[in-house]
Design a protein around this ligand. Structure first.
Ligand code: IPD
Ligand code: CA
Ligand code: CA
Length: 279
């Protein structure tokens, strides 16, 4: 059995931030491929993933690697696994909106051990190690002290490449808008989660996110004092290759208010999986 190397957060931050160069390579940015009708991937995504997969393998050979742009069928989620979105916000990158990020989590047996979200445009690094608090460029961050939804700005996302529940999604946006200060649409789930952790938004709602979209953000938000849940109010799973509806909030009160909007009947997992309500 391979010996487990202890993971060092400063070393991981150094590795992740070195991916910055790919985001500013205009040729790679313009080299766009289509995974679906509105599902983009660029050479930046492929190069960031290849660089991180190889660098992390050399530094921590015993840790498995899950990445959006690869096949992940052979992952054993009971062991340690990196969960990477090389570019979260690829549509933003394609449209030159300068709002994309690298999102890297480390999980073992479904438990988040570490999370790093890096915004290469602002050079902001959000990071957390389980039990050690959350940080933005080394300074502690905390969720907002807004007491409830009425006093919160909420960030939402459309999941544009999974349009099977658009009417329901926009009904939820409307109700969240009615019950909150206002809503915003970010285009990068990872950066939106980071913005909940740093206290800009009181909550986030987005359907159909994959573990690589939220693995790092979940650790960072929880270490910043916030809470996360899936459609049923259960912990977000990072033990599979399945999508989830993601709720994140600064506190339990706001989370419950959000839950009563998106799942007022408290539908259980077996029903929502059948009806695809969670997706
Ligand atoms: C997407 C972004 C976007 C969200 C999509 C995700 P990608 O990730 O997070 O905000 O709406 O659901 O797929 O494809 O840019 O890595
Ligand atoms: Ca993503
Ligand atoms: Ca991506």
């Amino acid at each position: 059995m391979t010996e487990q190397r202890e993971v060092s957060l400063p070393r991981i931050i150094e590795i992740v931030t070195a991916a910055r160069r790919y985001f500013f390579d205009e040729q790679m940015q313009r080299d766009v491929h289509m995974k679906g009708p509105v599902d983009f991937v660029t050479e930046v995504d492929f190069h960031v993933q290849a660089y991180l997969q190889e660098t992390l393998r050399r530094a921590y050979p015993d840790v498995q690697f899950m990445g959006e742009e690869k096949d992940n069928d052979d992952i054993d989620f009971s062991g340690r696994v990196w969960i990477l979105d090389p570019v979260d916000g690829t549509a933003n990158l394609v449209h030159d909106l300068r709002a994309s990020a690298v999102s890297l989590g480390l999980y073992e047996n479904g438990e988040g051990l570490l999370g790093v979200i890096y915004n290469p445009y602002t050079d902001e690094v959000f990071s957390a190690v389980r039990g050690g608090g959350a940080f933005l460029n080394g300074k502690p961050i905390h969720v907002t002290d807004a007491p409830d939804l009425a006093h919160s700005m909420v960030v939402v996302g459309t999941s544009s490449n999974h349009r099977q529940r658009t009417a329901w999604t926009f009904d939820c946006f409307r109700e969240i808008f009615d019950k909150s200060e206002d809503i915003r649409l970010g285009g990068s789930a990872a950066l939106s989660l980071a913005d909940v952790a740093r206290g800009r938004y009181g909550a986030l709602f987005q359907r159909y996110l994959m573990p690589w979209d939220y693995a790092a953000g979940k650790v960072i938000i929880e270490e910043a004092g916030g809470v996360t849940a899936d459609f049923c109010g259960d912990p977000l799973s990072c033990r599979s290759n399945r999508p989830s509806t993601v709720l994140a909030a600064a506190n339990e009160t706001i989370l419950r208010e959000m839950q009563s909007i998106v799942n007022p009947d408290h539908k259980p997992a077996d029903i929502f999986i059948r009806e695809e309500d969670c997706l």
